[in-house]
Write a protein that binds this ligand. Structure first.
Ligand code: NZQ
Ligand code: ZN
Length: 377
């Protein structure tokens, strides 16, 4: 077991915590508050943030899209430079947080911020970021990931930067109550698949990571079954589980897959499909195609997550798929686009982005992607 681990993000978890911002950002800072399409203006979050920042100098940039685009974020950078800000406060879900990471990392760069996504620019300096999380799904509030779309080419790519760890993340589960069923289901599924990407690979014997992953998966299955009876604890559980699924802990030193995500990102880039929905479509079919490679872990999941020793690999995959159906997801790409050229487009983009042999054993190539897509279209 070999790894290096540090997660420096301070978490303030609980009801009423947004007010803490006033002490978490130094009064000398000039803050750019970044948010999405306006949900925070309807659910009271904007007022709470404004109130907490009443002694600070701050500006705002709204309009970051779901699947945030570099075209919009470049405008936020221009505004931030014009106002001379030195701190970003992201108020939103994964899209706003990821977008804020792009803004922060590209802020001091004279070139095109997209270079971050193509690995052509590694920042030596960046703005600091604070987060008020409004959607539980991505774990972006305390990880270094950021996924950005370029409208011009319909590419969706990701980058990591050590500057992207937020200084703090405020997680008030009450904020989740204004989310639609669709977004809550998306959050649950994204968290579920994040855990699977780090768990459903092959036996490695690292027990803390394995059993912790199983705990997260079991809890998420339980939340799915009580989806219609959500109480305060339900929201708090979802918020913390989503964070735990992708704050780095369960992935330490273990083989990881992420192929569902890489294929899913191309589908969001091309057709604007919600991130979690791309995962729900692709993952069961990917597991079917790679059933033998993943057999041992699928059986372990049947026993320890679904609590049934007698499930074979195919039945475990069926259970996962049933979960997504139960949460109301359409599991065919053709429900989201009428495009007839899905396969060649996805395969071409994956190749362009350097994914020629991927998955935990590097066994996924264009041919395997084709088999997965054949089952998914
Ligand atoms: O834009 P607003 O008006 O705020 O509305 C948003 C948006 O329409 C709405 N929403 C957010 N909080 C709300 C709310 N509506 C009512 N009440 C609230 N409290 O929800 C919609 C979706 O928001 P978004 O931020 O797009 O969702 P999510 O958190 O699922 O983020 C998805 C993005 O994160 C990326 C995805 O690829 C996608 O671009 N990911 C980031 C990762 C990371 N940084 O580690 C990992 C993930 O695998 C993922 O790829
Ligand atoms: Zn995800």
């Amino acid at each position: 077991m070999q790894f290096r681990y540090q997660n420096p993000t301070l978490i303030e978890f609980g009801q009423g915590k947004i007010a803490q911002i006033k002490d978490l950002i130094d009064k000398s800072r000039k803050v750019l508050v970044v948010y999405g399409g306006g949900s925070i203006k309807k659910n009271g979050v904007y007022e709470q943030v404004s109130e907490a920042l009443s002694s600070h100098s701050w500006f705002e940039f709204g309009g970051v899209e779901s699947n945030p685009t570099k075209e919009t974020l470049d405008k936020a950078i221009a505004l931030g430079r014009e106002k001379g800000v030195d701190y970003i406060l992201a108020v939103g879900g994964g899209s706003v947080i990821d977008g804020s990471k792009y803004i922060a990392n590209a802020f001091y760069y004279d070139g095109d911020g997209w270079d971050l996504l193509e690995g052509k620019y590694t920042p030596k300096k960046a703005l600091e970021i604070g987060v008020v999380l409004t959607l539980a799904a991505t774990g972006s509030e305390s990880n270094t990931g950021s996924v950005i779309t370029k409208n011009e080419t319909k590419e969706k790519r990701f980058f990591h930067s050590s500057f992207s760890y937020p200084k703090f993340a405020i997680m008030d589960p009450d904020v989740l109550k204004s989310l639609s069923d669709r977004q809550l289901a998306n959050g649950l599924i994204d968290s579920f698949v994040h855990t699977c990407e780090q768990y459903l690979t092959y036996k490695h014997g690292l027990l803390a990571q394995d059993y912790y992953s199983e705990g997260i998966l079991r809890a998420l299955v339980e939340l799915a079954s009580t989806f219609e009876k959500r109480d305060d604890k339900w929201y708090a559980n979802l918020m913390w589980l989503a964070n735990q699924a992708l704050n780095g802990l369960i992935g330490l030193g273990v083989p990881q897959d992420w192929a569902t995500h890489y294929i899913g990102h191309e589908l969001s880039g091309l057709y604007g499909i919600d991130h979690a929905r791309t995962l729900a479509i692709i993952q069961p079919n990917l597991l079917r195609v790679l059933k033998e490679q993943k057999n041992e872990k699928l059986l372990q999941m049947g026993e320890n997550v679904f609590k049934d020793k007698n499930l074979d690999a195919e039945s475990v995959i069926d259970k996962i798929e049933e979960l997504y159906k139960f949460l109301g997801v359409d599991l065919k790409i053709s429900s989201y686009t009428k495009d007839k050229d899905i396969k060649p487009k996805v395969i071409e983009l994956l190749a362009k982005h350097g994914f020629s042999h991927f998955g935990e054993k590097g066994t996924i190539d264009a041919l395997v992607v084709e088999q997965i897509l054949d089952r998914s279209i």
